[in-house]
Every structure is written in structure tokens, then in C-alpha cells.
Design a protein around this ligand. Structure first.
Ligand code: KG4
Ligand code: ZN
Length: 341
């Protein structure tokens, strides 16, 4: 089966071509620079940029995969959640292609795709569902922070989510307070490398709560007060590195602590993680250390698949089509029901 997948839920325009579980092409164009001046994603600008870039990016993916539209057996796109106007661009384009080619169309839930992206691995990237086992999955990005119990393929239960800011948003907003460019997550990761994570003590919100929810806005506020109470600190490069390392340690402690606690409680033997924040090197390292200590297997999404991409949409779509979910949902719209239950 050869499949074209499109993803436009936020500020990445992406197209992928999949063939028999293998990622033949995965073209991702980030709009981060476009939104940097605004300190966050501007939905109207994102939609217009998707509109400008989607066709060339889809053509580039087809070209890289050595595939023509006539060779496609199916088309898929993210159906949500995401920015409505941005989603609409990829969803309607994919439906139009499917309709014109008279091929099945599948709308994919963005979070469900994140849940399975850690099972795409190797070079070339390909689906490794043979290794699948029940797990607790951490999805952690600029828009979402959630824990999901993946009981079996296609059987999920949302355990907890953030009650305010997402972890990536916390990286980005605290970075903004430090004067770092948007998105600040990668920059904090880089600066923290030579900083002392124990230099400043920031709260670990909800880490000991009995539920699986998260909260990060209080941490952001404590960084704001900290900077107010330490005027001039931002002029000292080493203190900035220490601050980055300390904030990062607080976020990572919460993410790792709550993930492991949920895995332990549910008795799963595997933890997975995906989403843009999973690029964070300390998070990857601390998850690996904690899982090893607990005797848990760990599947981290490949770095290239942590941030939003069409490959994860396509791999899941192909899997669903092979399971017989072939209805041509040309009338399917955004605002999806969640398969996370
Ligand atoms: O998944 P993603 O591309 O988009 C959505 O937000 O849906 O994730 C982007 C987020 C941003 O908040 C960015 O700061 C964060 O992921 N991020 C990181 C790192 N790389 C990306 N945060 C911490 N450390 C990183 N290395
Ligand atoms: Zn995402």
C-alpha cells in the first residue's frame, strides 16, 4: 500500500509518503521563524503559510519517494485537535486528492498518532508494531501534556492532562521572560548543558498529587517573581545557564515522576514518549535512567519524529486501513471525537 499523509495542525507543514510500513519520504517545514516575532503561533498566519507551502511540500514528498499521485492507494490527514484554520488546510487538501483519485481517505487524530510515533524506528524509518506492548505514553509538546494508558493497539484511556499550561509552553514562556527567542525550549536545553540544575530551587507542581494531571503555570509565575527579585541576573551568562538548568530540572522531574508513578500503578512494563519536548536531552536521559531503575522498557520517539510530522499520521493511517477502517470519510470534518477515551 502506498499512502500520502498531510499534517497541518499547528505550525509545521508536513507531507509524508509511506509504503508497506516504511517512511519513503517525510518532508517537514517549520514556521517557527514566522511566529517568533509574536512569541507564539498566530493561527491566521499559520493557516496562510500552510496554504502557501502545502502543495510544494506534498510534491517534494512524492518526488523524494519516487511516487506519482496515480500510484497512491490512500490519502490521510490530521483531523484534529489543533488550530481549526490550520487543520482545515491539510484536511481539505487531502480529502480533495482522495476524492479526485477515488481513493479512501482517513482522518487521523493527532494525539493518537503521537501515541504510536515511538514505534516508528530505524533507518529507513519503519513501523515496528511487532514490538508493541501495553504502555503508559507521555505526550508532551507546546500545546499538550498528557499521560495515556495504551492498553492495546487502538485501546486507549486518557489518564491525565495539564490543567493550565503545557510543558512546552512553560519552556517557551519562561524562556521569553529570560529574553530567549521563541520557541525557547531548544535554547533552554542548549544553555542548561553548562548550567547547574541545583542552583535555584523551583516548585515541582503536582508531582506528589494522587492524580495524573499536570500544572505548569505556577512554575512560570515563580520564575517571573524570581527574576523580579534578582535584578541584573540576566546580565550574567553563567547565572542564565544555571537558571535554564534549574527550570528544566523542575519540568523534567514532574514529567518523569508522574510518568513512572502511573506506569507503576497500572503495572505496565513499558513507557513511551513523544511530542516536541521529547527532544529535550535531559528528559530523554532522566526517563531512561528512571525506566532502567524500575525495570521498564522505554520507547522514545526518534528525534526527527518528536515534533509534528506527517510520517506518524501516515503510519497510523496505514495500520488502520490494514485493519479494515476503510470508509471514505470525505465528509469528515475537524473537531474530532477523541479516541483516547
Ligand atoms: O510537538 P511540537 O512541535 O508542537 C506542538 O506544540 O504541538 O512541540 C513544540 C514544543 C515547543 O514548546 C518547543 O519549545 C518544545 O516543543 N521543544 C523543546 C525542545 N525542542 C522542542 N523543549 C525542550 N527542549 C527541547 N530540546
Ligand atoms: Zn503534536
Amino acid at each position: 500500500m502506498t499512502l500520502l499523509a498531510l499534517e497541518t495542525s499547528c505550525d509545521e507543514t508536513s507531507a509524508a509518503v509511506l509504503r508497506h510500513g516504511e517512511v519513503r519520504a517525510n518532508v517537514v517545514s517549520s514556521q517557527a521563524r514566522l511566529h517568533a516575532d509574536y512569541g507564539g503561533v498566530v493561527p491566521e498566519l499559520a493557516a496562510r503559510e500552510h496554504l502557501r507551502n502545502l502543495i510544494p511540500i506534498a510534491q517534494a514528498a512524492l518526488h523524494a519517494a519516487g511516487t506519482t499521485p496515480a500510484q497512491l492507494d490512500a490519502v490521510a490527514a490530521t483531523r484534529g485537535p489543533g488550530l481549526p484554520s490550520a487543520l482545515m488546510v491539510g484536511l481539505k487538501a487531502a480529502q480533495a486528492v482522495a476524492f479526485a483519485l477515488r481513493r479512501p481517505f482517513l482522518g487521523i487524530h493527532h494525539h493518537e498518532a503521537h501515541l504510536y510515533s515511538p514505534w516508528i524506528t530505524g533507518a529507513p524509518l519503519r513501523a515496528d508494531f511487532g514490538a508493541f506492548r501495553p504502555n503508559v505514553s507521555l505526550i508532551v509538546s507546546g500545546g499538550h501534556t498528557m499521560l495515556v494508558h495504551v492498553q492495546a493497539e487502538g485501546k486507549h484511556r486518557l489518564l491525565g492532562t495539564t490543567v493550565d499550561d503545557a510543558a512546552g509552553e512553560c519552556f517557551d514562556k519562561t524562556g521569553k521572560l529570560m529574553g530567549l527567542p521563541y520557541p525557547a525550549g531548544p535554547e533552554i536545553d542548549r544553555l542548561a548543558e553548562r548550567g547547574n540544575p541545583a542552583a535555584f530551587d523551583f516548585p515541582r507542581p503536582m508531582v506528589h498529587d494522587a492524580n495524573d494531571d499536570f500544572s505548569f503555570s505556577g512554575l512560570k509565575t515563580s520564575v517571573r517573581y524570581f527574576l523580579r527579585d534578582h535584578p541584573g541576573l540576566l546580565d550574567d551568562a553563567q547565572r542564565v545557564r544555571d537558571l535554564c538548568a534549574s527550570v528544566q530540572a523542575a519540568i523534567v522531574d514532574v514529567l518523569v515522576g508522574k510518568t513512572i508513578k502511573a506506569a507503576r500503578r497500572l503495572g505496565v512494563r513499558c513507557v513511551t514518549a513523544s511530542g516536541g519536548v521529547t527532544c529535550n536531552r535531559v528528559l530523554r536521559r532522566e526517563l531512561a535512567t528512571a525506566c532502567q531503575r524500575e525495570g521498564l522498557a522505554l520507547r522514545l520517539a526518534e528525534r526527527s519524529l518528536c515534533t509534528d510530522n506527517a510520517a506518524m499520521i501516515g503510519i497510523l493511517a496505514e495500520r488502520k486501513l490494514l485493519r479494515g477502517e476503510t470508509a471514505p470519510h470525505w465528509d469528515e470534518d475537524i473537531a474530532p471525537s477523541s479516541p483516547l477515551g
